[in-house]
Write a protein that binds this ligand. Sequence first.
Ligand SMILES: Nc1ncnc2c1ncn2[C@@H]1O[C@H](COP(=O)(O)OP(=O)(O)OP(=O)(O)O)[C@@H](O)[C@H]1O
Length: 237
Amino acid sequence: MPEALDRAGLTLEAVSIHVDGAPLLDIDCHIPPGNILTIMGESGSGKSSLLDFIAGFLKPALHAEGRIFLNGKNLTDLPAQERHIGLMFQSPLLFPHMSVMQNLMFAIPARVRGRQHRKEIARQALEDVGLNGFGDRDPATLSGGQQTRVALMRTLLAQPMALLLDEPFSSLDQARRAEVRELVFCQARKNDLPVLLVTHDEEDALAAGGLVHFLDNHKNNNGCSKVQQPQISIAKR
Ligand SMILES: Nc1ncnc2c1ncn2[C@@H]1O[C@H](COP(=O)(O)OP(=O)(O)OP(=O)(O)O)[C@@H](O)[C@H]1O
């Protein structure tokens, strides 16, 4: 395996997460740019905690070891805002006191200058997800699928270098889910982002088209279940 420092993409090196001192999961993996790694598993198997660790928000009761590299840079000790990782959750979490356009413009990095220029970027983003003309709307007046599409573009406008998706489609009905899912995956590939997707839905995993790893709470022989592949190994203890 090449050195993490030389690799484009998201690398987790000997990551081990504990909750209240008890081991929760171990993972070693590399997600190349434009690829999606799906993690599935029972409730409580540590999926969200893993994303929290990568994003830099691990909760106080949890403790993690190991290193995180993004495009060769060691993120492990950096504060969340310096990691350049985009997050999408089950709930779109748009700012309710801002219009759709303001939500999008807020995400654009400050180094992108000029109000008109920023507005045009946000307008184009809305057009890209079929929401032309929705800029002045209050987010609460949008359907769940429309809110998720805005949330996706808000995440991408921040120019992340990787995406972490935690059940981002689960509030959508089946038809809308497939449509929004395609859009998210397509945008991730277009932006050449490594993506870690957490889902309970097998169709999400199939549609992602990458490696799928399953964590479960069932203990076998020594209390461990382990999956190993050339690029990745995950152990649930
Ligand atoms: N702040 C916390 N304090 C104590 N224990 C926690 C805390 N956050 C998570 N845990 C525990 O860590 C374990 C993993 O939780 P986590 O939310 O990562 O699981 P998950 O696989 O994402 O579950 P779900 O599918 O239900 O979202 C669980 O046993 C949970 O109770």
